[in-house]
Ligand binder design. Structure first.
Ligand code: IMP
Length: 429
């Protein structure tokens, strides 16, 4: 058996969808371990773009098992819609997609509360999919799991308790709680038959797969800087997309994780609020946004863009013990005259080489840059690393050195063939 964790090293949208899809042909199981339908993984399959929010990116390969593990929060309606979308495109998921019975479910009041909180004083810029409020209930020990959703009496009791607990926030914001409850019960009745066959003990399935020497890929939904503990708190998501999140998110021990692969974009983007030292507010930022099509796959929001931040990626490499990297979107930088890399931060005369924890330093630190000449040549379409313009090769080598992990794969587009295997073909498992 072998296991591989694939995760994002920045603030998400690094291109994990394409990478997982690229590697998934060597995997038997592809498993999501955190997040929910706040994610948006875009991939090209048979020349068609697909955006997946909840279902692992391996689903487009007909014979792969795809699991949504206990660490994920699941909106049953969103799940049904995504399965229907795949079905409409001729991709059957029956008997190979399974959702953990322990996954907590997102109900409409989580989404209301997410939106209401976003209108308050602390704006995070969430996706408003109800992710944070659902994880909040899990931690408060009042959450509703998929197994509870299937048991009528249990579900009705828990729903009643939850609506009581949230009564004032909902009522004060104009929600008719009785109507809301009726709608939730009606949805459940409609969804029950559909959802039941997908519900499974995914932890046990993974344990059996490991015993049977299967290859298992664990796919994170968000980037490491959105990690609840190691990200730019409080401007983070409500789960742990770092490698440590896999153990509790799927129910396996740490010694079962064989390797960790990080996905890193050649520049940086972020959606939502929060610190971003190398953000560009000028024409260069606009250039990257347009060239890279940097608009949220889930919300359509324009992404904030900036220069590559080696402090951020070095931090991610460390907290997840990343052994190798995939660099994406290098092609989007081909027409730039001069390129910068943020190598440290400076605040009140002090240089920070490690990612700072202080909110003040994160917010006000200025980037310290190294400058490089532009690539001066075509990058798009190249399939051999040595045929890249020499300045592009130097840029890649400098990134490796700054972040402390080798780059095994360079992606120059969404299609599978737009990928360079830097040191020849890679055995991922
Ligand atoms: P939430 O996960 O919807 O609660 O949002 C919390 C923060 O994570 C916000 O800044 C979101 O923009 C960000 N976020 C959540 N999911 C993604 C993603 O898939 N890509 C990029 N940012 C994300």
């Amino acid at each position: 058996m072998s296991t591989l964790v694939v995760l994002g090293t920045q603030w998400g949208d690094e291109g994990k969808g394409k990478v997982v899809h690229y590697i998934a042909n060597q995997a038997d199981y592809i498993v999501r371990f955190q997040g929910g339908n706040n994610a948006g993984h875009t991939l090209i399959y048979k020349d068609k773009p697909f955006v997946l929010h909840l279902i692992p990116s391996g689903i487009l390969f007909p014979k792969k098992y795809c699991l949504i593990a206990n660490g994920v929060v699941v909106d049953p309606i969103a799940l049904k819609d995504e399965i229907a979308m795949l079905d409409d495109n001729g991709i059957a998921v029956k008997d190979r997609l399974f959702v953990s019975q322990q996954a907590h479910i997102i109900l409409p009041y989580h989404k209301f509360i997410d939106s209401i909180l976003e209108e308050g004083n602390v704006k995070i810029g969430t996706t408003k999919r109800g992710i944070g409020p659902c994880y909040c209930d899990k931690v408060k020990r009042i959450g509703i799991r998929l197994i509870d959703y299937l048991e009528k009496d249990v579900f009705e009791d828990l729903l009643e308790e939850n609506l009581k607990e949230k009564n004032s926030i909902l009522k004060n914001n104009g929600v008719n709680v009785k109507t809301l409850k009726k709608g939730i019960l009606k949805d459940r009745n409609k969804l029950l038959k559909f959802i039941t066959p997908f519900v499974a003990d995914t932890s046990l399935m993974i344990e059996n797969a490991i015993r049977n020497n299967k290859n298992i890929l664990f796919e994170s939904a968000q980037g490491s800087l959105l990690d609840l503990d190691f990200g730019t708190y409080p401007f983070v998501t409500s789960s742990n997309p770092i490698a440590g999140g896999v153990c509790s998110g799927v129910g396996i021990g740490p010694t079962k994780i064989a390797s960790v692969l990080g996905v890193v974009k050649a520049y940086v983007t972020r959606v939502g609020e929060g610190p971003f030292a190398s953000e560009l507010f000028d024409k260069m930022g606009e250039f990257l946004r347009e060239k890279g099509g940097e608009y949220g796959a889930t919300t359509g929001r324009p992404r904030r863009c900036g220069w590559f931040d080696a402090v951020v990626v070095r931090h991610s490499v460390r907290v997840s013990d990343i052994k190798r990297l995939v660099l994406t979107k290098l092609d989007c930088m081909e027409d730039i005259e001069r390129i910068k890399i943020c190598v440290a931060y400076k605040y009140k005369g002090k240089i920070y080489k490690e990612f700072p924890v202080s909110r003040t330093v994160q917010k006000y630190a200025k980037p310290v840059y190294e400058e490089f000449p532009g690539f001066k040549g075509k990058v798009k379409g190249v399939t051999d690393f040595k045929k890249l313009p020499i300045n592009a090769q130097k840029y890649v080598k400098r990134l490796e050195c700054l972040v402390g992990a080798p780059i095994d794969l360079v992606s120059l587009g969404r299609k599978r063939e737009e990928t360079i295997e830097v040191n020849g073909s890679v055995k991922w498992f």
